[in-house]
Design a protein around this ligand. Sequence first.
Ligand SMILES: CC(C)(COP(=O)(O)OP(=O)(O)OC[C@H]1O[C@@H](n2cnc3c(N)ncnc32)[C@H](O)[C@@H]1OP(=O)(O)O)[C@@H](O)C(=O)NCCC(=O)NCCS
Length: 176
Amino acid sequence: MTMELPEALDLPVREARMRALRDDDWVLDRDLSRVPDVPRWTYYPADLSAERAREWVAHSLAVRADRRGGRFVVEVGGAPVGTVGITLRPDGPSVYYAFLPAGRGGGLATESVRAVARWALADGAPHVDARTMVDNVPSERVLERAGFRRRGLDVGPDGVQLTCWRLARDRQPTKQ
Ligand SMILES: CC(C)(COP(=O)(O)OP(=O)(O)OC[C@H]1O[C@@H](n2cnc3c(N)ncnc32)[C@H](O)[C@@H]1OP(=O)(O)O)[C@@H](O)C(=O)NCCC(=O)NCCS
């Protein structure tokens, strides 16, 4: 199974757009790594240096080139405010995301996750998954609003408790 991501996806939010990650998005990754709840709730390391942020972006670009997934950047008025990625896991595609404080509170994360999940279902995936660390309530809300359902708990490689989520093709995300 492979996945060829589009260059851009539409977002129903004024002045917002979602485009494929680029080399120069290391600045966004560096900034995200400095927002305390990003390394707390995701696998972003804290305080990425410019060099490590460039490596982080290069890794995502390599995943996309291998058709194993990739990342989009969400821009508002041309300024990057967050990222949504999708990765091919053995049991199907799985989404992940992080937004700068400037991109939060307006439903942008929900709409961006919806857009990526819809694209994957339309591309033929029977379902799209996500995993949240237990107690990450803002992220749980994003997934609930986007139509994902809780499936149960799992333990990550690092021993962290995870909640598993799934959006099945027969449960397309609906607008609210
Ligand atoms: C998870 C994260 C992306 C959520 O961001 P967010 O801004 O809360 O999510 P949304 O963009 O969907 O915005 C939702 C908020 O906007 C409000 N909102 C306003 N207009 C809205 C609209 N049209 N649609 C949906 N929500 C809207 C909602 O009421 C909600 O506010 P509330 O939580 O006070 O009720 C963000 O907290 C984050 O980056 N966290 C750190 C990284 C992380 O945890 N990533 C996920 C790992 S699994």
